[in-house]
Design a protein around this ligand. Structure first.
Ligand code: CAA
Length: 283
């Protein structure tokens, strides 16, 4: 199958990043969200990030302009009628994702491929809620999408080999390298990353070190580009908690219990960068 047009559901930090790289790689993009405000904000972010790439000499002004021309935005999912591939990048809420997929099935082509950017949920279970589980896959991008080189590819139990091949080639056409994971809670990347972040929050909760010491230890001691607490703020503490809950419920192992401090921050609405406060403040 020749993918030409990509429908992206959700215009938050992942959705707008995916729209950016797809458009820059020559795909037509339809970016969907429920609120026009969110879409306008997403176009502002894409514009800013493309400009940054122009300024750094990574792409030309023409690349930027033609990429922006390839993106259309809409609050109406019937505009996905021409899409060859859908990438769902909505909030990490299983029932919401099912509702989204079921709502778009009546609008899309029979041959349209389906994928989700979920960072932890069962691909098999989401696929089973659609009418094409053999053409459904996990396509998990990393944040910031224009910068990070990895795409995790997660076939569900019913995903066909052909679907795996097509989506691998698609991810490679975006300049990404693929790591394939079996469909178990949080896959590979977050299965390893989130317990590390959660442990950093446990160390803070227990007073082993303060925010700065914990992040400095991991940045300078391990060569990580960001400390785990800054990274948690960057990913979103609500997302970190959702992933820890999927690991905890999925494996039933107490080693995956989310830190009480992580739970408390999320209860307070302290989600990190996106809410202006997490382990750090973002004026
Ligand atoms: N779009 C385009 N380019 C961007 C960008 C964006 N959104 N964000 C940063 N860049 C570019 C910058 O222009 C800069 O380019 P040059 O190398 O050409 O100078 C480069 O990326 C580095 O950026 P900065 O100089 O602004 O800042 P930095 O050196 O501190 O790097 C960072 C920022 C890339 C975010 C770096 O701190 C980093 O790699 N952090 C770790 C990110 C990470 O671990 N991501 C994975 C999170 S887990 C996940 O996503 C999965 C999940 O399901 C939760």
């Amino acid at each position: 199958m020749n993918i030409k047009e990509v429908g992206i559901i959700g215009s938050g930090q992942m959705g707008n990043g995916i729209a950016h790289v797809c458009a820059l790689s020559g795909y037509k993009v339809v970016l969907i969200d429920i609120a026009q405000d969110a879409l306008d904000k997403a176009m502002g972010v894409i514009n800013k990030n493309l400009s940054r790439q122009v300024q750094k000499g990574k792409i030309t002004q023409e690349d930027m302009d033609s990429s922006l021309d390839r993106i259309s935005i809409s609050t109406d999912s019937s505009t996905l009628n021409n899409a060859d591939l859908i990438i769902e990048a909505a909030t990490e809420n299983f029932d919401l994702k099912v509702k989204i997929f079921q709502g778009l099935l009546e609008h899309i082509k029979d041959e349209c491929l389906l994928s989700t950017n979920t960072s932890s949920m069962s691909i098999t279970k989401l696929a089973a809620a659609t009418n094409r589980p053999e053409r459904f896959i996990g396509l998990h991008f990393m944040n910031p999408v224009p910068v990070m080189k990895l795409v995790e590819l997660i076939p569900g139990i019913a995903t066909s080999d052909e679907m795996l091949t097509i989506t691998k080639e698609f991810a490679q056409s975006l300049g990404k390298t693929v790591a394939t994971s079996k469909d178990y809670p949080a896959f590979i990347a977050n299965r390893i990353l989130m317990p590390m972040i959660n442990e950093a929050i446990c160390a803070l909760y227990e007073g082993v070190g303060d925010v700065e010491s914990i992040d400095t230890a991991m940045k300078l001691g391990m060569g990580h580009p960001m400390g785990p607490l800054a990274l948690a703020d960057f990913i979103g503490l609500d997302t970190c908690l959702a992933i820890m809950n999927v690991l905890h419920e999925g494996f039933g192992n107490p080693k995956y219990s989310p830190s009480p401090l992580l739970v408390k921050y999320v209860e307070a609405g302290w989600y990190g960068v996106k809410s202006g406060k997490g382990f750090y403040e973002y004026p």
